[in-house]
Design a protein around this ligand. Structure first.
Ligand SMILES: Cc1cc2nc3c(=O)[nH]c(=O)nc-3n(C[C@H](O)[C@H](O)[C@H](O)COP(=O)(O)OP(=O)(O)OC[C@H]3O[C@@H](n4cnc5c(N)ncnc54)[C@H](O)[C@@H]3O)c2cc1C
Ligand code: SF4
Length: 571
């Protein structure tokens, strides 16, 4: 039996960063919002005194259970896709706050170049610079238009940082000062400055000092505990939805949060969504939640899957290049991994924070001349001092035996004498990189899994080699006696962790034929469906995504308000 619940103004599918921001902004405006979250409720007290690497970092306590729901993967269309049965390349969050609970907090604004990438690339280098198979497009919004929403996200989260000399114009300074400069990040800073670059502190959602945001939410400063990425913060110092936006929604009396509620379908009549169908994962009961607006806030991969599963929007067909849902899947070109061994210096690599770092942006976006290069865009080069995790990390030189007395001796010697950093490269969309429904494999509810078709291209490899020459130079300038650099990319391998920066699949743009969403994150052909999140990115930049995801979520909240007042297409 299916129970139909009373109608609400807005229903959220998933309550992580995107869902949390919509919940706060829309309840402030007086709308009734129902938040459906498939995972359980979480609070800061769950993490008190539990710096348990095995449980959180290696057994993925905060992540989606892959035995119930996963994705299938293949490098290209000639291969048969197989399910990802163990975590590797990326981690999918579940539970209240989503991945926002266990993220690092590196909070970037994409560059002005990103939002007009096709136009600006063609203007500077001519039409032939972009290969025919690269389905690159402008975003339908400019940096200047999005700037007020970046600012809102930063003020809400209390981002600590200093101005990026290559970034877009800012209406306000960062709300809190940059994180501390440590002996490690200081060494990187000095080396970069010696080489003529302009280093600056990474923008961080780990608070550098106590902060009260415009909603009156007060949080404590980061303790540099080093158990940040993959962990919840016991101090509430890391901005996450549970300690920032959700208390605002809950105090409004307008927010109905239902955890353990897995949405399996977006219901619709013609081109209008009427609500969602969800299953209580504890009782197995089925419910229908009718709503005026459906906001799909379930992270990139589930956003795409739910739309395809519910027959909302036209599925992308790579053969004809038509359709939009599943199009322009992109990732992150984490490249130029560089490790330096220091015979004469010792550091404390176990102290750190998820977003404690020093960066340079000379080789990101179009900040440098690509005329003679076989790639476009670039990478942010950063040394992030996250805090080494003792079980997972044991850096030794490549010729060290993998067991025995010599192994132990070298492990002890280099544990505090080795430093690594890399370049976070942009990822371009290609015609044959896409997401669709798998024809074979199903989840625990009997619905098809999402299938990912993706590989690295020559563009990624060329960028990797270029960045490796820069990272090697910096590490040498830092005084390392031996430097190991990864130059080549090779094919995409879903096994080793790289980053949870999946993007695309429900992209924004200025043309309904080539994009799924307008600049308010409203679907062109389903006007009461909004899909904020990195699924809206037409390509991925050389940064972590969530600063831009946050900005787009504030923009979507404004769009939903406008839609509920006036109806119709907002663009
Ligand atoms: C280890 C790690 C480190 C990261 N570090 C950074 C960083 O430093 N900087 C950065 O910019 N980004 C980082 N990210 C990425 C960042 O966490 C995401 O960009 C951000 O959380 C995305 O917000 P979202 O709302 O789209 O998804 P999420 O925050 O993941 O929330 C989605 C929610 O939807 C729920 N959901 C999914 N399907 C359903 C369904 N069918 N029914 C009901 N609920 C559903 C999920 O359980 C989840 O709670 C990191 C991610 C990980 C995993
Ligand atoms: S490093 Fe800072 S922000 Fe991260 S979990 Fe520890 S105290 Fe919290």
């Amino acid at each position: 039996m299916v129970t139909t619940l009373p109608k609400t103004d807005v229903v959220l599918i998933g309550v992580g960063w995107t869902g949390g921001i919509l919940a706060a902004e829309l309840t402030k405006k007086g709308y009734k919002v129902v938040g459906l979250e498939r995972g359980k409720r979480r609070t800061t007290s769950d993490y008190l005194m539990v710096h348990d690497e095995l449980r959180f970092a290696l057994r993925y306590d905060l992540m989606q259970d892959l035995s119930k729901e996963t994705v299938t993967f293949r490098n290209n269309e000639k291969m048969r896709a197989l399910p990802m049965r163990q975590y590797g390349s990326f981690l999918l969050g579940t539970g209240l706050g989503g991945s926002g609970v266990h993220w690092n907090g590196q909070t970037w604004r994409f560059l002005p170049y990103d939002f007009q990438i096709r136009t600006l690339t063609e203007e500077r280098y001519g039409k032939n610079k972009i290969p025919a198979e690269m389905t690159l497009q402008d975003w339908g919004i400019t940096y200047d238009e999005l700037e007020p929403y970046f600012d809102k996200f930063e003020q809400m989260a209390g981002i600590s940082g200093e101005e990026n000399p290559f970034g877009g114009a800012r209406s306000n300074k960062f709300p809190t000062p940059p994180m501390k400069v440590t002996p490690i990040t200081g060494l990187f800073k000095e080396a970069c400055a010696n080489l003529g670059y302009k280093p600056f502190s990474q923008p961080s959602a780990n608070l550098s000092e106590a902060y009260t945001n415009p909603d009156g939410i007060a949080r404590a400063a980061c303790q540099y505990c080093g158990f940040c990425e993959r962990f919840g913060c016991e101090y509430g110092a890391k901005a996450d939805p549970v300690v920032t936006v959700l208390p605002v929604a809950e105090s409004s009396g307008k927010f109905d949060l239902r955890t353990n509620s897995n949405v399996v379908e977006i219901l619709h009549e013609g081109n209008r969504a009427t609500g969602v169908r969800f299953i209580d994962t504890q009782s197995g009961e089925e419910f229908i939640q009718p709503a005026e607006v459906v906001a799909v806030t379930s992270y990139v991969l589930n956003n795409v899957r739910l739309l395809l599963q519910s027959n909302i929007g036209k599925p992308y067909d790579p053969k004809t290049g038509t359709g939009v849902i599943g199009k322009n899947y992109a990732y992150q070109n984490m490249c130029a991994n560089t490790t330096g061994f220091f015979e004469d210096k010792e550091f404390n690599v176990y102290a750190g924070a998820g977003s404690l770092g020093m960066s340079i942006d000379e080789f990101n976006g179009d900040n440098f001349d690509h005329s003679e290069l076989n790639f476009i865009h670039g990478a942010n080069i950063s040394l992030s001092q996250l805090g080494k995790r003792p079980i997972q990390n044991n850096t030794v030189k490549p010729d060290t035996p993998s067991w025995g007395a010599k192994f132990k001796e070298e492990s002890v010697k280099y544990q505090n004498r080795s430093i690594s950093f890399n370049a976070q490269g942009a990822s371009m969309p290609y015609r044959y990189h896409y997401l669709d429904l798998d024809p074979t494999y199903k989840d625990a509810f009997g619905n098809p899994l999402l299938r990912m078709t993706y590989d690295f291209q020559e563009q990624d490899n060329e960028m990797s080699k270029f960045m490796a020459s820069k990272t090697e130079q910096i590490m040498k300038e830092m005084g390392a006696s031996e430097v190991i650099v990864q130059r080549e990319k090779g094919p995409y391998n879903i096994v080793p962790y790289q980053s949870t920066h999946n993007t695309g699949g429900v992209i924004m743009g200025d043309n309904p034929d080539t994009s799924a969403l307008n600049s308010y994150l409203q679907m062109w052909d389903f006007e009461n469906v909004f899909v904020p999140g990195a699924s809206a990115f037409p390509h991925n930049s050389g940064y972590n995504p969530t600063g831009t995801v946050g900005a787009l979520s504030y923009r979507a909240a404004e769009g939903i308000d406008l839609y509920l007042k006036n109806g119709g297409s907002l663009v």
